[in-house]
Design a protein around this ligand. Structure first.
Ligand code: ZN
Length: 130
């Protein structure tokens, strides 16, 4: 099932619904500012937070590395390109003052949601005190 890439898979939906339940409002598939035709999984634009929920296969998670035996060079190269792009996107967002939150699909949903909620809280507090 590692290759199911659908834009709205169960992992993404369960993270989003729990984030929503915490009263955090977001925009789904929000275009990354300054990068054409590229979206994050969801964003909180008011606080400049971009969230990426990465599939282990497509983004080359090191805990679940793609099998070199089972996958053709084509797929392995595609994963390597995705990884390089993920780094470029993070650097770009950092430059323009956005916070990138990137998670693996193998991470517990509760951990992910807590991390998003605490980041939102911190940025809101920073916005009020500035
Ligand atoms: Zn993984």
């Amino acid at each position: 099932m590692q290759r199911t890439r659908g834009r709205d898979n169960l992992f993404e939906r369960s993270v989003r619904s729990r984030v929503h339940a915490k009263g955090i409002r977001y925009r789904i598939h929000y275009p990354v500012p300054g990068i054409k035709r590229f979206t994050c999984d969801f964003a909180i634009p008011g606080l400049k937070i971009a969230v990426f929920l990465d599939g282990c296969f497509w983004h080359g998670c090191t805990t679940h590395p793609p099998s070199v035996k089972k996958n053709s060079v084509f797929w392995l190269e595609k994963i390597a390109r995705n990884q390089a792009r993920d780094i470029r996107v993070r650097e770009h967002l950092e430059k323009i003052g956005w916070t990138t939150l990137r998670f693996w699909e193998h991470e517990p949903v509760e951990f992910i949601v807590d991390k998003i909620a605490s980041t939102v809280q911190n940025l809101r507090a920073a916005a009020i005190s500035s």
